[in-house]
Design a protein around this ligand. Structure first.
Ligand code: NAD
Length: 597
């Protein structure tokens, strides 16, 4: 090395070390939290619906697969819910000024905990809902991690004030939208994904600067105590107000109190029937509501689809979490020429599915039905369809497991017609209904012949064809050559049309929906131009006021140059003539002289 190089190297080395030191000191330290799981250890007592009867104040909890009794959770009454809302409001007042850096730190603290405790989270969710660990890893943990990753990466960009055009007439004004937190969000969620259903509204609401009062389902309340401890620890670790998140456990009364108790926005995730009740209760205080309701998604397989891709995806769409997915595929529409092959392949796999308690002694593909009575409801829908001419190729019955758990067998059903109840009603269970179609028009007609419109999927080797079909589907979401991927792209809005609800949760739209979009307009060049009302428009207006305004309108909005120029001439002539008159009247007024008309 010559002397020059030696000199450069000796000068660069300290600079590099300095840069590393600065970067090291400036690195973000995400706090670690530790949360005890001991209190959630299950006992081995068998759940007994008579001995462990639900009461007004008490929710008995049990594992729907093993049927072990997990203990009771308190059922909040209306007053207790209102107290929680008040606490949440006070905390939200403090949190609304938290910097984006702090909000991100809170979310990253949660993410860090989740990543280091994936197994514990999946086990707790499996115990509470009956789903296998793999399904919990997908539907509870992975989507939550993606949501946090998106919020921390892109959320700030969409909540910062956004410039808007001010238009030709207002060229001298600067316009923008500011996104201010709504205050306290009230979320009411179902039982199907106990972990994700809590952390989904929580992460977005808190990131947008709000507090959250969340009511979990009476059918999956037990795990909420563990989530509550995670949330408290994370809030404390970043110095956020302790009361920022309030968890409500209870029945319909508690849900109703949350809707009517003064929250600033309601996110309701649940059935269409209860959604209607929530909407009508929210009308009392004119509280805005997002409704994320039921679904009965169509899954369309065209004759040119790659069946080796479509069939495994279809099976996951039908049997993930035992079909207890709002955006689960329920109606499989398959083109006639590939129908037999599709059915044979699906039946071949469905026959091999293992079912049982998620945390039992042997591995399972399908778990239990979380809600009591749901397995029987599914059985009734299938039996009725069979009585009307449908044919069960696999399953089609309740499963009597030694644990006594709530199981319905993974089922493949063909020969279903639109006249049957199972065609129109949400099953929310492991039933794959496969129907043939002739051509693309018929596929679209069948898919849209449904009161729901949440998700949808289209499979074709021609992406153009799949998109053409997808555009015609009455649904809030469409995945092309895949299933439910729109939800893994967390920048996309989630929500449906028709009886699947309205407004959007998740994505840019959902995040901004948790804010008040405040319109702000100010002078663009305050040092150069101020907005004064021209004298002839000041009260009392001058004689030329009307032609002046008409001239302005033609000048700015005329469709031809001639119109624009003619408007300009009118404005100038009014200004020169009428302006004087009005100016004189104004001067008279100011001097207390009588006005001359
Ligand atoms: N679109 C979505 O994002 C989405 C996601 C998951 C589940 N779901 C739907 O949820 C349904 C299954 O869940 P579920 O059986 O728990 O639904 P549900 O409507 O019975 O209950 C949902 C929640 O509402 C509460 N509730 C009941 N009555 C209430 C009232 N009068 N006022 C306020 N709250 C009340 C419940 O206690 C529960 O917490 C399915 O229809 C499914 O499609 C939709």
């Amino acid at each position: 090395m010559d002397e020059d190089h030696l000199f450069i190297a000796s000068a660069a080395a300290p600079a590099l070390i300095l840069i590393f030191i600065v970067l090291y000191l400036r690195r973000e330290i995400v706090p670690s939290i530790s949360v005890s799981l001991e209190e959630d250890e299950t006992n081995q007592e068998q759940y007994d619906p008579i001995k462990h009867k639900a009461t007004k104040n008490k929710i008995p909890c049990y594992d729907p697969g093993l049927m072990t009794y997990l203990g009771n959770m308190p059922a909040d009454n209306a007053d207790q819910v209102k107290e929680k809302i008040i606490k949440g409001k006070a905390a939200a007042e403090v949190w609304k000024t938290a910097s984006f850096q702090k909000r991100k730190l809170l979310l990253k603290t949660l993410l860090k905990y989740i990543l280091h405790n994936q197994e514990a989270i999946c086990r707790v969710a499996s115990i509470d809902s009956g789903k296998p660990l793999v399904d919990a890893a997908f539907g509870e943990v992975m989507v939550t991690c993606e949501k946090i990753a998106w919020l921390t990466r892109e959320g700030e960009k969409y909540l910062r004030p956004e410039r808007r055009s001010s238009g030709a007439m207002m060229f001298y004004k600067a316009a923008r939208v500011e996104y201010h937190p709504v205050g306290v969000v009230g979320a009411i969620v179902p039982w199907n994904y106990p972990f994700h259903n809590v952390f989904n509204p929580l992460t977005a609401a808190l990131f947008a600067g709000n507090g959250l009062v969340i009511k979990v389902s009476e059918h999956a309340s037990w795990s909420s105590q563990y989530y509550g401890r995670i949330i408290s620890a994370a809030l404390q670790a970043v110095g956020a107000p302790a009361d920022l998140v309030q968890i409500v456990t209870g029945y319909a009364e508690a849900g109703n109190a949350l809707v009517t108790g003064g929250v600033d926005k309601v996110i309701f995730v649940g059935s269409t029937g209860v959604g209607r009740a929530v909407l009508s209760a929210a009308a009392t205080n004119l509280t805005p509501v997002v409704l994320e309701l039921g679904g009965k998604d169509a899954f369309i397989v065209c004759d040119d689809a790659d069946l080796s891709q479509a069939v495994p995806t279809a099976l996951r769409g039908a049997f993930q979490s035992c079909g207890q997915n709002c955006a689960g595929a329920e109606r499989f529409l398959v083109q006639a020429s590939v129908y037999e092959r599709f059915v044979d392949a699906a039946v071949g796999v469905a026959r091999q599915l293992r079912q049982g308690p998620a945390l039992g002694n042997s591995p399972v593909d399908c778990g239990a039905m979380c809600m009591p009575g749901l397995a029987e409801k599914v059985a009734q829908l299938v039996e009725e369809a069979v009585a009307d001419g449908a044919k069960v190729l696999v399953g089609g019955h309740l499963v009597r497991h030694e644990s006594g758990g709530q199981f319905y067998a993974p089922t493949v059903l063909v020969g279903v017609t639109p006249a049957m109840r199972i065609w129109r009603e949400e099953v929310f269970g492991p039933v794959m209904v496969i129907v043939q179609f002739k051509d693309d028009d018929e596929a679209v007609r069948l898919a849209n012949d449904c009161p729901f419109g949440l998700g949808s999927a289209v499979f074709s080797r021609s992406q153009r064809r799949a998109n053409a079909i997808g555009r015609l589907l009455e649904a809030g979401m469409t995945s092309i050559n895949d299933f439910a991927t729109t939800y893994m792209c967390q920048s996309l809005p989630f929500g449906g049309v028709k009886e699947s609800g309205f407004d959007r949760f998740a994505g840019i739209e959902g995040l901004r929906g948790l804010c008040v979009p405040k319109a702000v307009c100010e002078d663009r060049f305050p040092w150069l131009m101020r907005t004064d009302i021209p004298p002839l428009l000041q009260y009392p207006v001058g004689d030329a006021a009307f032609p002046f305004v008409c001239g302005l309108i033609s000048m700015f909005y005329g469709l031809s140059l001639r119109d624009n120029l003619s408007g300009l001439c009118t404005v100038i002539s009014c200004f020169l003539g009428g302006g004087k008159k009005a100016g004189k009247r104004k001067a008279n007024r100011q001097e207390g002289r009588p006005q001359v008309s």
